[in-house]
Design a protein around this ligand. Structure first.
Ligand code: MSP
Length: 540
């Protein structure tokens, strides 16, 4: 849970993940979004900002209902079991520091969803009409004429959903409709004025093209489904699952709560969200339907929807239904959560698709973490132990080589910071990694083990040891949002906790300033930050 007084009046930097369907257990595609949101929010906390990070689960709808039926239990039993056994534990597995976790079956959500749609109806944007057309249960989506593609294999000659590769189901039911068409022009105007509101650029272009094609009204309720939130004015129907789920971002922090209550206060200091992180498959819901709903209810719009790419297996989106899902713990049991977080943020450019490969992950782990950062930390702490009895020496005058480190570090942290502002995690990590490489190269060049043999080089050795440890101090701060466990250990080994206070209290804006670790800091060589891997890689 976040530090600080969550009810102070300041607006929090508010980040969300999609809420995940609990038809099945999580795979690394889901953990990917949660990890990105966690790195982003930890980064902002490290900047000293007030932050609110929300994740959760989407429990209603046909997909979940059918999974429960197939499992021979009620939908409520099904979701209770999966949330407890799989979805909550995975947050710990990836080391997420979310501030809240919302379930759409919770009372707070159900009541506020009902209130929201009453408001939209009062505002004149809801009417009753029949729906006839295709619906993909995998996407939980009413498909538009241009959405379906020619099928292949067993579905040759039929139109199929491009994500699930199967024909959609034909629906015919009496529904309540949301007058989406009323918002086409306002949404176009909004996005023309706020091009940063949909990122990356390819996602922005897709949304604008969709909007320029004109919006048609869409069902906001379902009459042939009963696992959902009943409409307050027509309890025979439930809210269409997406129009229940999207609302989680507002209901979780207190939309529609009693004026003057703590929840209302929280809503006032979180809403609008700053960033909704979503996979590219659910962009339209977030960048078109969601802001239209908010406009219809008279609520402010979120700052940004960022659509990231997919983790692919054999060129296709990893998915449980296609039996290509890899459970996060299969990777994390072997590499640890820090390496998982590092790898996915570093190896795949956020916004692009990427493939996970065991070989690539092992290679980067060994080169960049075990031999790179891990080795630098163990060399620095071991040498201070061996040559200076574990007390950080006072440095002598800095030479050219040290100045190169000082300057690179001073430039790297602001560069990483502005990359994170753009959600470009790979560049941010690359900036810090370049410092690690530079310091490792520096150590190879100055050969402290040679200096240690010559008494007349004592001051020079002091400077080298100080440079290594002080660079590691700054690296620990900058990498803390990415690898919080290993950096906490490094902080401890540098004796920084007692010299400078807690790692989370360090500010990114100040991290590149040289000379913070005081001489005399007690340096200890602890366990390897990134232990060498056992040879065998597990079957996945
Ligand atoms: N329940 C809806 C979201 C509602 S948000 C108001 C949903 N759930 S989901 O479980 O199917 O997907 C949740 C997120 O996981 C989406 O952003 C989706 O893109 C992401 N991923 C699912 N598989 C993925 C990959 N293989 N790779 C990357 N992300 C993937 O949609």
């Amino acid at each position: 849970m976040a530090e600080g007084d969550p009810l102070s009046n300041e607006k929090a930097y508010y980040v969300t993940t999609p809420i995940y369907y609990v038809n099945d257990a999580p795979h690394i595609g889901h953990a990917y979004t949660t990890t990105a949101g966690d790195v982003l929010t930890r980064w902002h906390r490290q900047r000293g900002e007030k932050v609110w990070y929300l994740t959760g689960v989407d429990e209603h709808g046909t997909k979940v209902q059918r999974a429960a039926e197939a499992g021979g239990v009620t939908p409520q039993q099904w979701v209770d079991r999966l949330v407890t056994e799989s979805w909550l534990p995975v947050l710990e597995t990836v080391d997420a520091a979310n501030d809240d976790f919302i379930r759409t079956t919770e009372d707070r959500h159900v009541q506020r969803v009902q209130r929201f749609w009453e408001q939209v109806r009062e505002n004149g944007y809801v009417y009753s009409a029949p729906y006839e057309g295709p619906y993909c249960v995998g996407c939980e989506e009413f498909k538009l004429p241009g959405d379906l593609v020619e099928g292949t294999g067993e579905f040759e000659g039929q139109l199929v959903c491009p994500v699930h590769g199967k024909p959609a189901e034909e629906l015919r039911e009496e529904n309540w409709f949301f007058q989406l068409s009323a918002f086409t022009d306002r949404l176009i105007e909004h996005y023309e004025a706020h091009p940063e509101a949909v990122r990356p650029q390819s996602a922005y272009n897709e949304v604008m093209a969709f909007l320029r094609g004109g919006l048609v009204d869409i069902s906001m309720s379902r009459s042939s489904v009963d696992w959902g939130i009943p409409l307050s004015w027509d309890p025979e129907q439930v809210v269409y699952v997406w129009f229940d789920a999207l609302l989680n971002y507002a209901t979780a922090t207190g939309y529609g709560s009693e004026p003057g209550s703590a929840d209302a206060e929280r809503y006032a200091t979180t809403w609008p969200a700053d960033v909704h992180l979503v996979g590219k498959d659910i962009l339209r819901f977030h960048a078109v339907y969601w802001p239209a709903m908010l406009m219809a209810a008279g609520e402010p719009l979120p700052g940004q929807v960022f659509a990231h790419g997919w983790l692919l297996v054999g060129g296709e989106k990893m998915s449980k239904s296609k039996l290509t899902g890899i459970a996060p713990e299969q990777i994390i049991d072997h590499f640890g959560s820090d390496a998982f977080r590092y790898y996915f943020m570093r190896a795949i450019s956020f916004g692009q698709d990427g493939s996970f490969s065991w070989e690539d992950m092992s290679a980067r782990y060994t080169a960049e973490l075990a031999n790179g950062l891990g080795n630098l930390a163990s060399r620095a702490t071991a040498m201070v132990g061996k040559y200076r009895a574990g007390a950080l020496p006072e440095p002598g005058p800095l030479g050219e080589q040290e100045m190169a480190v000082v300057e690179r570090l001073a430039a790297a942290i602001p560069a990483a910071d502005s990359a994170v502002t753009e959600l470009d995690f790979a560049t941010a990590i690359g900036e810090v990694r370049a410092v690690v490489e530079l310091v490792n190269q520096y150590v190879t060049e100055v050969e402290p083990w040679v200096l240690a043999k010559d008494e007349s080089s004592a001051q020079r050795l002091d400077t080298v040891l100080y440079t290594m440890c002080e660079a590691l101090r700054a690296i620990a701060v900058a990498y803390n949002p990415v690898m919080p466990k290993a950096m906490a250990s490094l902080w401890e080994q540098l004796g920084a906790e007692s010299a400078l206070g807690s790692l989370t209290a360090q500010r990114l804006g100040d991290a590149g300033r040289w000379g913070q670790l005081p001489a005399g800091a007690v340096i200890t060589k602890g366990a390897a930050l990134f232990p060498r891997l056992p040879d065998e890689s597990p079957e996945i």
